[in-house]
Design a protein around this ligand. Structure first.
Ligand SMILES: [Fe+2]
Ligand SMILES: [Fe+2]
Length: 156
């Protein structure tokens, strides 16, 4: 997990998260912070274990911790954040080989799409949605999620 830890310990990564946390300081809906990435990574990894999906843990964690990194661009200039996240993530993946990079970037680009996804993209999208605890959310009455999408039970 050295390559993953190098990313999240980097000044560049920390700075992006600081900027994002500032941009979301008054947001009442789901945040895109370190905790969210952690929740997504763990749900992805549990899913991989339960379904015997042979994707290395480091690829899973790296994907989860980079998937929303472009969110600030969405606030600034309406760039869809999966697009911005792919561009910014490229700067963090120098230690990964080409195949690994493609797999991670593809999953990030797919995480909000409704169409066909790669196995890693599917896992990311699932974990991203399931990580949100609507059951315990104070902003539920004005949230744009449909009632049938909301997570009203803890995932087991
Ligand atoms: Fe996202
Ligand atoms: Fe997310």
């Amino acid at each position: 997990m050295d390559r993953f830890n190098k990313i999240i310990k980097s000044d560049k990564y920390k700075k992006i998260l600081e900027g994002l946390s500032l941009a979301e300081q008054d947001r009442i809906y789901c945040l895109h912070n370190f905790e969210h990435s952690c929740d997504v990574a763990r749900i992805m990894y549990i899913t991989a274990l339960e379904k015997n999906i042979p994707i290395p843990k480091e690829i899973i964690y790296t994907t989860a911790f980079l998937h929303d990194i472009g969110r600030i661009e969405q606030y600034k200039n309406s760039t869809p954040h999966e697009v911005a996240s792919v561009e910014i993530s490229k700067e963090f993946l120098a230690d990964f080989d080409r195949e690994e990079q493609d797999m991670i970037l593809c999953a990030i680009s797919e995480h909000r799409s409704k169409g066909e996804r790669s196995p890693l993209g599917e896992m990311l999208s699932y974990a991203d949605t399931k990580s949100r605890m609507c059951l315990n959310c104070k902003a539920i009455s004005t949230c744009k999620w449909r009632a049938d999408e909301m997570n009203m039970e803890v995932l087991v």
